[in-house]
Design a binder for this molecule. Sequence first.
Ligand code: GLN
Length: 535
Amino acid sequence: MIKYIFITGGVVSSLGKGIASASIGKLLESKGLKVSLIKCDPYINVDPGTMNPYQHGEVYVTEDGAETDLDLGHYERFTHARLSKANNITTGKIYDAVIRKERRGDYLGSTVQVIPHITDEIKHSITNVAKNTNLDVVIVEIGGTVGDIESLPFLEAIRQLKQALGRGNAIDIHLTLVPYIKTADEVKTKPTQHSVGKLREIGIQPDILLCRTEKSLSLDVREKIALFCNVGVEAVIPAQDVESIYEVPLMLQADKLDELVLRMLNITYKTRDLKDWRDKVVRRIKDPKKSVKIAVVGKYIALQDAYKSIYEALKHGGIFNDTGVDIKKVDAENIIRQGSHAFLSDVDGILVPGGFGGRGVEGKIQAIHFARVNKIPYLGICLGMQAAVIEFARNVCGYKDANSTELNKKTRHPVISLLEEQKKTKNLGGTMRLGAYKCFIKTGTCAYSAYKHNLVSERHRHRYEFNNKYRSIFSKKGMVLSGIFKPKNLVEIIELKNHPWFVAVQFHPEFKSKPDNAHPLFRDFIKAAIKNSGS
Ligand code: GLN
């Protein structure tokens, strides 16, 4: 029988429920169990694909082309779970499904209501993930904070599920905050008591409390929380701030959270340890032998979460090379105002990430120019590849007004443009080229020396493409078209001759990088940056 762990959050948002869920997944895998993870998002958008990064942070793309919450990125980085569109449930998706059923006549005769129709659809979507696989545990993270109006149907659905599954088959882990009040020099348990009170009001008694705190929690404090919140003291687990997110599984293991969860779920297990994770991931993050500085030139630089997977993948490249990666976040619009030199003269490598729309693009193009002429290792991703093509067209081929038709519809040199099939698309939600496609890699290229395979699979999220009309002139001028999607003859990777390492890709390699298995392109990009730094 498949067991369920529901993760809820209280007091405030941004406590790291996603990292906690992913870490619990990692701990269970270390006990030889097979896990999957689901994120429930209470917003009404069907998926986050139409939200901007200020609203949502990064949009994470799964193999099957779903645009999902960035927590799915944490799940895939920490565990071996293979996630698909079924692993991100939103209010929008649930209502969409229920309204379609209503129109079809599936509920003929009934008034369609939040309880039971919406809650049944949520339960069905959750239990559906467990079908057709040999999973042991499904971890379900409920987005938002207890007390929000939006998340109520989700909480009611997990209350019903927990009840139906019975004791020993499902537990709730509640993540709360135990704040430290400086003037009183004390940690305070009241917000946690209130949050658990709120949860109990809707019928959910948490089984374990994960208490986010900046100070350690004394036994007294833990006993007080246990007493007021109706859990055993061993179930009050302190989750103290740590330097790196990859330390969280080790910290929770030290507090025996894994054993407690397995005992509560009546699971017998084989013990494996987290030795490799400790020695090869966490040790190298905390105490690397060398260090490099990498500029990420984007337009959502002020936001922590907009380029989440890219920042993580850079760190993974660093872990592989036992090198700390100091990420310099550069706002592309500042480059337009003050020039590249002011921001990029002290970096060992430059990365331009994906993006949409024109703001900041000219700054990105200037940054790429700086990387090309100064022979600084460059990794371009999605818009970062398109901008590299534009830069090359303008400054090497002499097509001064070269552009993408996304940015200038009237350009005389549309080096990046739409395929005919995209021109016909009217709806903007879920209609990009999304998900995994196979890419053919030419031998003798930087891409081949990274991948060491002729056929790889990478995830996409874009509408515009390299314009094949310019292939021969670009090749003549020194651009190498090293990756091709053969079924449609699309250029997926470009490189430059006469440059130590300049690789730009139409897809998103960052989504497949893991701390203990860095993506080959990020691994080699960091290697090239180390060489460039002379260390
Ligand atoms: N805006 C570009 C396109 O739609 C690039 C997208 C991206 O960088 N993810 O093709």
